[in-house]
Design a protein around this ligand. Sequence first.
Ligand code: SF4
Ligand code: SF4
Length: 314
Amino acid sequence: MRGTIIDVKRFTLHDGPGIRSTLFLKGCPLCCAWCQNPEGLEPRLRLWYLERQCLRCRGCESVCPVDALGVGGEGSFVVVNHARCIACGACVEACPTGALSFDGQELSAEDAADLLLRDSEFYLQSGGGITISGGDPLAQADFALEVLSRGRAAGLSTAIETCLFGDRSVLEAFLPLVDLFIVDLKLHDASLHEEYTQRPNAPILANYGWLAGKGVDMLTRIPLIPGVTATSGNIEALAGFIQGVNPGARVELMNFNPLAINKYVLMNRSTEFFDRMLPLPEDEVETLRCLLERKGLVVLRETRRDSAAGRLER
Ligand code: SF4
Ligand code: SF4
């Protein structure tokens, strides 16, 4: 079984108990306007060109089998036609400086597990283990399940972080292999959810209730996006829903991280959403935290979510 990943981050501290390695998969069914890992939205590998690293040597000019590179034209020295590119890697190999590279890699579940398990002695000592995030693990379920079962076989704690948008049967397959489900809930209002994530929230809320009913260990994360998710109306509605199906649930509020804008710039994606957005002020975070606690939920101290580093941050 092969899968596409963004990266493996070692020694993470925020994606489950103890010290862990987190595997970030490519491919997500949602498309949140504030996505912190936009290189994880698409399931396929995408070729990136960093002009500041380009020597203009033309080494990549003639190697492409499908004529997907324009070299030496006006503007950017190399232009990638992503619709044509078949991700064969010939130009990446030909480039002497790393100006051309992929936003992830394809590898077997066995190799992915080997990457995750290479520090396992530290993780075992700390009660930690492996976490699969993304993207979304449900989008590459067979691959994720094989990696998780290898983690289990090594005696490590296992966790996934998921938006819960997926078939119930797929989610059910994770039950025997996952110790902790980290579940992201964004918006309770159906039309706002569809507007900001491009997907309905009914299947997510239904899966959340079903999962809570299974008695599994769950941590619920709510991203605080000013004016979107971080409103008293949304937080109160989510709190009522969570307390109704998962009484006394643990909830983490994740403040907006504006640094992800750098990835959008490198990927030539619109930065419009980020241009007008700042993290929520501390007193407003506190107000929302009180709303959740008043409903009976346990709000954990806000932590910084580990995000994929990948090549975009190197
Ligand atoms: S990865 Fe392969 S197909 Fe894509 S641009 Fe490079 S040489 Fe062409
Ligand atoms: S091979 Fe690399 S350095 Fe040379 S022109 Fe192509 S992208 Fe630039």
